[in-house]
Design a protein. Structure first.
Length: 318
């Protein structure tokens, strides 16, 4: 990585929660029939992680293994009803606070862009590693003139974010992971909601938390990109209308963090962003994943691992 040194110093208030994660084999056995309720074809197995550093995944490390954990940073209240411009975070500091090994770590997920560096609000798709050749493949998506979106690598190799982030952290090593494939959606739940629903119905009040990335191989996704900060106060119901929605073409890589249950830890239950690289004349894509718009043709292939701890960082007061 060329720019490890964020201008943001210090640490943020933090609460650490331990998770009693089920084995991957148990999860595979539970998830496969669960997903088959929402997709015509679905399979879940424990497999050696393919090299996710390579395309099509283009992650910042080859795998999702070693010291698996999740950080939930800040929250939506930092955006609405009025933005809190004090909420600037360094992903590198967060990786330290997540107690990831200092010489080898990897985070990916979904957050808000570093407005203090970009100059306005945006979507962030954090995807950076320390060690693993120090790679920052973080993408962002912003609204540009006329309401269209622009997406691409985050400017100047920034390692900051704003307002909120949901991150899966690991040592980025190869190893066993859950491989989840699903195609031809037959129900109303999107890919992540179908996973959450299955976990929730089996585990109840035992929280199970997963992170990783899935690929939308075929079809289109409904996404949003946040426009610049609103100058007026936006209540929760109004904030949805303020977002700019798009339909984006596959292939899309979707870093994702999800939980089955919140025991009162103030968690965002699911957060998934997506990006598609500019290639063969196609425009780079990026945004917040809501689901696919092409149920009959959609094909998903995802790799996930379980988290053994959750770091609730800079949790807003209730
Ligand atoms: Zn988002």
């Amino acid at each position: 990585m060329t720019e490890l040194d964020s201008k943001i110093e210090g640490s943020y208030p933090i609460v650490k929660h331990h998770l009693d994660a089920p084995t991957l084999a148990e999860l595979a056995a539970i998830l496969e029939p669960g997903l088959q309720k929402s997709f015509k074809t679905a399979s879940v197995s424990v497999t050696a992680c393919p090299n996710l550093y390579d395309e099509p995944f283009y992650l910042a490390a080859p795998g999702l293994c070693g010291s698996e954990r999740i950080a939930d940073v800040g929250g939506l209240i930092h955006l609405h009803p009025v933005p809190n411009f004090d909420k600037k975070y360094s992903l590198i500091s967060i990786m330290n606070q997540m107690e990831l090994p200092q010489n080898q770590s990897f985070v990916l997920g979904a957050g808000a862009g570093p407005f203090h560096q970009i100059g306005h609000n945006s979507e962030l798709i954090p995807n950076l590693s320390i060690g693993h050749n120090g790679t920052n493949r973080t993408q962002f998506a912003e609204i540009v003139n006329g309401g269209d979106y622009h997406s691409g690598p985050v400017p100047n190799g920034s390692t900051d974010c704003g307002l909120m982030a949901n991150l899966f952290g690991s040592e980025g090593l190869p190893g066993p992971v859950l491989k989840i494939t699903a195609s031809h959606r037959t129900g109303p739940l999107n890919f992540t909601a179908a996973i959450q629903e299955t976990l929730q119905s089996y585990y109840g009040e035992r929280p199970v938390s997963l992170g990783g990335a899935f690929l939308i191989k075929k079809g289109k996704a409904k996404t949003h990109v946040m426009p610049d900060f609103c100058t007026e106060r936006l209540e929760v119901g109004e904030a949805f209308d303020w977002l700019k929605f798009f339909e984006m073409d596959a292939p899309l890589v979707c870093p994702s963090v999800l939980h089955s249950y919140d025991p009162g830890w103030g968690l965002r239950m699911e957060h998934t962003h997506c990006f598609g690289l500019e290639k063969d004349g196609t425009k780079a894509r990026g945004g917040h994943y809501h689901g696919d718009t092409t149920p009959e043709t959609v094909e998903y292939e995802g790799y996930f691992n379980t988290a053994f701890s959750i770091y609730r960082i800079d949790q807003p007061p209730h």
